[in-house]
Design a binder for this molecule. Structure first.
Ligand code: IVH
Length: 663
């Protein structure tokens, strides 16, 4: 391919990819499969790798571009990012409308009502159809340049359709969809990481990350609601803004009302309240805007907020109930979390009898006492939380909550983290910590030892039959017979499930070990990259970060885990028990490939894992990247950068038939 041919092809591919992205995200009518999309994307990537001068900043390959930043640079907003005044009652909203009527000296005023998306405010500039930069609000005058993080949002066009407006600055809200938030928190829980309290916090936390590669894995999305700079276009109203967003392929609010009287506004906010539950994002209110820009200018702004708009905040559903006790939950990492036990109460569609209190600092700050009447709320309508205390209803019988100085289970003196927020039981043998670890090890996403539920695990630990996960493999009929309410049939099933877990893929074992920050996805990647647990154990931090999806913090955590003598002993015992330490236990077929290292690339007749297993079964090693140590590159169709690298390094390249002939 000549440079000129590559340039033509790259331009074609970019246009195609932008087009398909738009069909998928804006028009919701994709015409090609995800796989075909990826093929086009990969082709473009390969061209850009060969001819780096053809790479443009708006290229669809640049969604996850650039190395992690040291910090964010600041962008000064051309038009300040203001906030809105809030109202909390229909009376206040009616009063707002009356003020507007007075200000404009008119009865009927055309207004627009939009959902108030509960995310993070963002401003984005397009120039000549290309996304130039995006920033957070910051202090309203200057914000963080979060362009690289925003580019990972697939719905956000990097280039605009040529038929629409090309130069302007839009304002919108980045959010995490409810479903994506729930999934992210589940993964964090599995990886032993702290949970996000609500989708807004997780959005804000994600936008603050300096590494766009991590951001790309978080399910961020965006909606737009305003304009900061119309780029010379003649727009007359918020309705025109909606039309412009539409023409530019930028998502606007999914529900929009028009009203021109106070009654009309009230009807709209009530309807929105009914319908907002079905929106994919959290909303905490409605935004009411005077539609006409002439009217907006006439009404003007105060130092903080416009006089032509207001936010009407919905009351999050709250309930009052009695705090019966504070229990301490001991987590897998030893974290002691206070949990409020409540007199059961019905809220937002379900009965709640527990609520999170996050940590002891929060209890102190809110002065929560056992016996108090507390107000609870479904924060982000997901996790119930105690928001405040009805102090006026105290009768003197309440008792203060004291943060534990010792683990309530094993009595070991607790340890506080640097910020003094998380209190941990440092005893690795604490029975509760051990129970949590074993529950995690046997769970479906990990070793999947069916039948070993919470109560059985609790008995196993309490009877000292099991102190760590390796002890599971030393269980026998005699020992299990000591369990209460467990018959011979169950015992047989437990032993069978334990036995067959030895054959589980090793990534399940790595995940099951509960290494901090290593979730199921990370464990899979580790094994794909390293091929076996021993290779992971031997890897340096530098080698670990070479593995896709493994960042510095995770690498340090993995390295530390595999350098703790207690863990190494545990691994030895698991190995002796016969657990599978290498990717798919393959019975050696021959030794024909002994001493060779292979890299696989391109499309082959079978999937890569199968081919890799085949190589391993003949004694070869499989590696993810081409280096001086590579003996052969097995190249299928559409082999890309690896092929180039192999040629450059003089690594011998084999096609599949040649490889098959060798074995
Ligand atoms: S209009 C002058 N419309 O709520 C500010 N804002 O405190 C004009 N928000 O910073 C904002 N949905 O981040 C507007 N449909 C919507 C909105 C919305 C969410 C956020 C925005 C703003 C904050 C107001």
């Amino acid at each position: 391919m000549t440079h000129a041919e590559a340039a033509t092809r790259a331009a074609f591919l970019r246009t195609e990819l932008h087009h398909h992205n738009r069909l998928y995200y804006v028009e919701a009518r994709p015409v090609i499969s995800d796989k075909d999309f990826d093929l086009l994307l990969r082709e473009l990537q390969e061209i850009e790798q060969r001819f780096p001068d053809l790479l443009t900043p708006d290229s669809p390959t640049q969604r996850v571009g650039g190395a992690p930043l040291e910090g964010f640079t600041q962008i000064r907003h051309t038009v300040p990012m203001m906030s809105l005044d809030n109202t909390y009652s229909e009376e206040e909203l009616t009063a707002f409308f009356a003020r507007v009527q007075k200000g404009l000296a008119r009865e009927t005023i055309d207004c627009v009502i939009e959902p108030k998306v509960d995310g993070v405010a963002i401003t984005i500039r397009y120039e000549n159809g290309v996304l130039k930069h995006g920033a957070t609000r910051g202090d309203g005058q200057t914000g963080d340049d979060v362009t690289n993080n925003l580019k990972t949002i697939k719905r956000l066009p990097l280039r605009l359709p040529e038929t629409g407006p090309q130069t302007f600055e839009v304002r919108g809200e980045v959010f995490m969809p409810k479903a994506g938030f729930a999934k992210l928190n589940k993964e964090r829980e599995e990886a032993g990481e702290p949970l996000f309290a609500n989708p807004r916090n997780s959005t804000a936390g994600t936008l603050k990350l300096l590494d766009p590669k991590i951001v790309a894995k978080r399910p961020l999305d965006i909606v737009f609601y305003g304009l900061a700079d119309a780029g010379g276009m003649d727009l007359q109203s918020q309705t025109d803004v909606h039309a412009l967003l539409e023409a530019a392929g930028l998502r606007k609010a999914d529900l929009i009302w028009r009203a021109d009287s106070a009654e009309g506004l009230l009807a709209a906010i009530r309807e929105l309240d009914e319908q907002r539950k079905s929106l994919p994002y959290e909303t905490d209110g409605a935004v009411i805007k005077v539609n006409s820009f002439t009217d907006q200018r006439e009404l003007g702004v105060t130092s903080k907020a416009p006089r032509w708009a207001i936010a009407y905040k919905y009351q999050p559903e709250q309930a009052e109930t009695k705090l019966l006790a504070i229990d301490i939950q001991v987590g897998r990492t030893g974290a002691l979390t206070p949990v409020a036990r409540l007199e059961p109460v019905f809220i937002s569609g379900s009965t709640v009898s527990n609520a999170t209190l996050h940590n002891y600092e929060e209890i102190e700050r809110k002065d929560i006492r056992v016996g108090d009447i507390v107000v609870i709320e479904k924060a982000g309508e997901i996790i119930p939380a105690v928001v405040s205390v009805k102090k006026e209803r105290r009768n003197g019988g309440e008792s203060a909550v004291i943060a534990p100085t010792h683990c309530p289970v094993c009595g070991t003196a607790v340890h506080r983290d640097e910020e003094q927020v998380v209190i941990r039981c440092p005893n690795p043998h604490c029975p509760e910590v051990v129970k949590r670890r074993i529950e995690h090890f046997v769970c479906r996403g990990a070793m999947d030892i069916s039948g070993l539920g919470e109560s059985v695990v609790a008995q196993l630990v309490d009877l000292k039959l099991v102190r760590d996960v390796a002890d599971l493999y030393a269980l026998n009929e005699l020992l299990l017979a000591r369990l209460e309410r467990v018959g011979t049939k169950s015992i047989y099933n437990y032993l069978k499930a334990i036995e067959s877990s030895k054959q589980q893929d090793p990534w399940r074992l790595v995940f099951g070990l509960g290494i901090l920050h290593v979730g199921a996805g990370g464990a899979r990647k580790l094994l794909e990259h390293f091929g076996g647990i021993d290779a992971i154990a031997k890897a340096s931090v530098e080698e670990l970060v070479q593995c896709p999806d493994i960042g510095e913090i995770v690498a340090v955590s993995i390295h530390a885990w595999f350098h703790d003598p207690v863990n190494l002993q545990l691994l030895d015992r698991l190995r002796s028990a016969g657990l599978n330490f290498t990717q798919k236990a393959v019975t050696a077929a021959s030794e024909k490939l002994n001493g060779t290292t292979w890299v696989i690339t391109g499309t082959l007749s079978e999937d890569r894992e199968t081919i890799a297993d085949l190589i391993r079964s003949h004694g070869g090693k499989v590696s993810g990247s081409v280096s001086g140590k590579t003996t052969y590159l097995l190249a299928g169709e559409e082999a890309g950068s690896k092929l180039d690298k192999a040629k450059k390094l003089g690594v011998k390249v084999l096609a599949e038939p040649e490889f098959r002939a060798m074995i």
